[in-house]
Design a protein around this ligand. Structure first.
Ligand code: 5GP
Length: 287
């Protein structure tokens, strides 16, 4: 007989971080740089652990150059040619991970099989339709809390992948225990993204689509194979100019979160986190 797990599972929108006693006097005192040594490869990473998703719209070489300036990295999409890669990969090191999963037992399985960093998230993405097409998924905040616990028990690391729609969600993902946070939609629509700027109803837009959407599969595989369904959508997002301002907005938000909960370093954020369940995130007066 199928089992029903009646425990409540939560998403970013269901919680806020509870402010705590803080001796930090300025947001500039917060250190967002983290250093990790990975369990299996023994490699060491130092940087701000935010990753641009490996989607062909946002995971571009142009994006990687700007992110690297801020000590953040980009999971480059897999559709560049070998020649394009050779040109780019002189100075830019790679990083590998395994996923995507949402349960502690799969995290443990992957880490014990040799993976260092596990990507967590099934169905939370901004252009993902997996939950609609398959009925499978797991609310992202709970997935991160549970998977981080399993990974950290084995000295492994996790990436919270998908579902962040604002800097506050990024902070909640770190608060929940994510070592890294991967973002797609929040970086869409910028100069550094692939694709042309289009004019729609007098507004400038850029195309953003899931890597399992009809658009991506037509572009890279000649169409959706008969045995599968598209699990992504295509959207037009407002053109947002240089990604630099968006990066500063996210990092500024994170520093602010840390000051509210008294974390001098991003690495301390999850230890300083108490989530409170809420029924509303913010005022709707001007929504
Ligand atoms: P976002 O930050 O936009 O909410 O989520 C980005 C993540 O969505 C990506 O890192 C990837 O895991 C996921 N994603 C990207 N394209 C697709 C897709 O077409 N289908 C599904 N199911 N997930 C996608």
């Amino acid at each position: 007989m199928p089992r029903v797990d009646a425990d409540l599972k939560l998403d970013f929108k269901d919680v806020l971080l509870r402010p705590k006693r803080s001796s930090l006097k300025s947001r500039s005192e917060v250190d967002l740089t983290c250093t990790f040594t990975f369990r299996n490869s023994k490699q060491t990473y130092t940087g701000i652990p935010i990753i641009v998703a490996n989607m062909d719209t946002v995971g571009t070489f142009e994006m990687a150059v700007v992110m690297a300036k801020h000590a953040m990295f980009t999971a480059i999409h897999k559709h560049y040619s070998l020649e394009e890669w050779k040109l780019f990969a002189a100075n830019h090191p790679e990083c590998l991970e395994a996923g995507n999963v949402v349960t502690g037992e799969m995290v443990e399985e992957l880490i014990l099989s040799g993976a260092d960093i596990i990507k967590v998230g099934i169905g939370p993405g901004s252009v993902c339709t997996t939950r609609i097409k398959t009925g499978v998924g797991y609310p992202q905040l709970s997935a991160v809390i549970e998977c981080a616990d399993s990974a950290h028990g084995l000295k492994g690391h996790i990436i919270s992948d998908g579902g962040c729609s604002c800097p506050g969600d990024v902070a909640k993902a770190f608060g929940a225990g994510a070592d890294f946070v991967m973002l797609g939609g929040m970086f869409a629509g910028h100069d550094q993204c692939a694709g042309e700027i289009m004019e729609k109803n007098g507004k400038k837009v850029k195309l953003f689509y899931g890597m399992s959407s009809d658009t991506a599969m037509k572009k890279h595989a000649g169409g959706v194979a008969e045995y599968r369904a598209s699990e992504g959508r295509t959207v037009e997002v407002p053109y947002r100019g240089d990604v630099e301002l968006t990066i500063l907005d996210i990092l500024g938000g994170l520093r602010s979160t840390c000051t509210y909960v008294g974390a001098a370093k991003l690495k301390e954020l999850s230890r300083r986190t108490t989530f409170i369940r809420v029924t509303q995130q913010h005022s709707q007066v001007f929504s």
